[in-house]
Design a protein around this ligand. Structure first.
Ligand SMILES: [Fe+2]
Length: 257
């Protein structure tokens, strides 16, 4: 395994955490499927950006929103990954990419899970679920309750960015107690989605309700992964042990299942 070690001094911050598997479980790395990269070249630029940071493994999670253009099928996603991996190999950009989806919450989710029409993250049995940014939690919470009771493994994508969830933190804490996992965006903790997402993300961390940190990056310009200086800020504010647990240990365990 390649050891990822990053050290730098900038603005008084020093990032030094290291791990043999640095896994980003939420990335829009595949070309032409959603609002991520449009071309293989743009995807390769993003893959190279991750590789240069020391990230060793990506999970490709294109948006899956049924009834819209962003609803690539499982075979299409697997084909895109194979195509991108070949493209990266030819350019000597070495980084592992596993399949996944960022599944928008919708009414037919339970039956789609049962029919395996949606992809879990890598070889795990965990599904990355994106709550609605605009709806109330009336449909979401009972559905999560049922899915967890049925034994499904659900990771909630960036709950700190969802206004309705920020108003129902205690309900989320209860769901976490039932087995729900939560993934917070690094950009939220850095304040890139505004002060409220930053505050709520930190509150989830304080409540020990965060299982994964991920970039949710869409390219190397807008919605890019944190740069080294920003990782140094995250390390200073959260601690290297927290970053290691949320970016390396927990995601690596996910992939090992
Ligand atoms: Fe996303």
């Amino acid at each position: 395994m390649i050891a990822a070690r990053i050290t730098l001094d900038k603005r008084g911050f020093r990032m030094s955490f290291q791990c043999s598997q640095w896994v980003d479980i939420h990335t829009h790395i595949l070309p032409g499927l959603d609002d991520g990269p449009k071309t293989l070249e743009e995807s390769a630029n993003l893959a190279g950006y991750y590789r240069d940071l020391g990230v060793t493994h990506l999970i490709a999670t294109p948006h899956y929103i049924p009834g819209t253009a962003w609803s690539a099928s499982v075979p299409t996603i697997l084909e895109k990954i194979a195509e991108l991996q070949q493209y990266l190999q030819e350019r000597e950009i070495y980084i592992n990419i596993s399949p996944g989806m960022e599944i928008a919450f919708h009414k037919r989710l339970p039956e789609q899970l049962e029919a395996k029409k949606v992809l879990p993250l890598g070889d795990s049995n965990h599904y990355l679920l994106e709550p609605s940014f605009t709806d109330a939690t009336d449909a979401l919470f009972p559905c999560l309750d049922t899915l967890l009771a049925q034994g499904h493994s659900i990771i909630l994508a960036h709950p700190e960015r969802i206004p309705a969830l920020a108003k129902n933190i205690q309900s989320l804490v209860l769901l976490v107690g039932q087995g729900l996992k939560m993934q917070v965006n690094t950009g939220s903790l850095l304040g890139k989605f505004g002060p409220e997402s930053q505050r709520v993300g930190r509150q989830f961390l304080d409540l020990d309700c965060v299982h994964y940190l991920a970039s949710d990056a869409h390219g190397v310009h807008a919605r890019r992964p944190p740069d080294r200086a920003e990782w140094a800020i995250l390390e200073t504010e959260l601690g290297a042990d927290v970053l290691e647990r949320l970016c390396c240990i927990n995601p690596a365990r996910l992939l090992a299942r």
